[in-house]
Design a protein around this ligand. Structure first.
Ligand SMILES: NC(=O)c1ccc[n+]([C@@H]2O[C@H](COP(=O)([O-])OP(=O)(O)OC[C@H]3O[C@@H](n4cnc5c(N)ncnc54)[C@H](OP(=O)(O)O)[C@@H]3O)[C@@H](O)[C@H]2O)c1
Length: 244
């Protein structure tokens, strides 16, 4: 049975995906920012699960998360769910952390949380080299960060044959981030991630952009090889780590 790391499991879509995975009989590794949050996760799940801890805005702590995952014996899949809308943090948390975890944690399946808002991102390929990826460095929009992580997913799918790298638009759902009035269905918002991470359905053996278990066309920049290569080069410079 698959073993899946989920980031950002203290609440919201990450916690929902953990529920789905456990219900499906999968083994899980729950990432949280602070160790005490693992108690809340265990209470919500009704069972204790192995956990890893780290602040994802801090590259050293992201590396620590990768080491903790290795010490637990590794995983087959990662759901990169942790995310923020704080413009000082969107580059390090929504883009650099998934990049580093992809580079440092061997896994056959990656699921990246995108958003329909990625289409509103304004960054062009030529701007990527000039970005400062540290906390408060370059203030880009949430939409820009989701454009970049969607391009990252497409690049991983292209460069790692046999690895399924999928991006998911979960809809606008009522989590802490989405707000109580969000119109979409919360369950549907996390079901696709768990399904892709488990990889049992042959339909999931692909690298694509998904919404509620159906593929969609993302913004065309995400499939542009030059855009992807500029992104990977910038992230390699920002982290000192190459994505092989
Ligand atoms: N909700 C929506 O409508 C919606 C729509 C489209 C896409 N998304 C995407 O879906 C993903 C999950 O969103 P959500 O609605 O579940 O958000 P949420 O309820 O705000 O939960 C975010 C999770 O990420 C963790 N996190 C945030 N910043 C972190 C950091 N610097 N270090 C470590 N952990 C951090 C949070 O931990 P703490 O509790 O410690 O802060 C929490 O577990 C995000 O990537 C989001 O962009 C959401």
């Amino acid at each position: 049975m698959a073993r899946v790391l989920v980031t950002g499991t203290s609440t919201g879509l990450g916690l929902g995906a953990l529920h789905d995975l456990i219900e499906a009989g999968a083994q899980v590794v729950a990432h949280v920012r602070r160790a005490e949050q693992l108690e809340t996760v265990a209470r919500s799940l009704g069972t204790e699960v192995p956990g890893v801890v780290g602040e994802l805005a801090d590259q050293a702590q992201v590396r620590g998360v990768a080491e903790q995952v290795a010490a637990l014996g590794g995983v087959d899949a990662i759901i990169h769910s942790a995310g923020t809308m704080d413009e000082r943090l969107v580059l390090p948390v929504n883009v650099v952390a998934p990049y580093l975890l992809t580079a440092l944690v061997p896994a056959k399946r990656h699921v990246y949380l995108s958003s329909g808002m990625h289409r509103g991102g304004r960054l062009t390929a030529s701007q990527l080299a000039g970005l400062n990826w540290t906390v408060g460095g370059s203030l880009v929009s949430y939409s820009d960060s989701k454009l970049l992580v969607t391009a990252l997913a497409a690049a991983v799918g292209r460069l790692r044959p046999g690895t399924w790298a999928n991006a998911v638009d979960p809809g606008w759902v009522p989590t802490r981030m989405g707000g109580a009035g969000a119109p979409d269905d919360l369950e549907a918002g996390h079901r696709t991630q768990a399904w892709l991470a488990l990889g049992k359905d042959p339909r999931t053996h692909t690298s694509a952009y998904w919404h509620h278990m159906h593929t969609q066309q993302p913004d065309r920049r995400t499939g542009d090889v030059n855009f992807q290569d500029q992104l990977l080069a910038a992230l390699e410079r920002a982290t000192g780590t190459r994505l092989e």
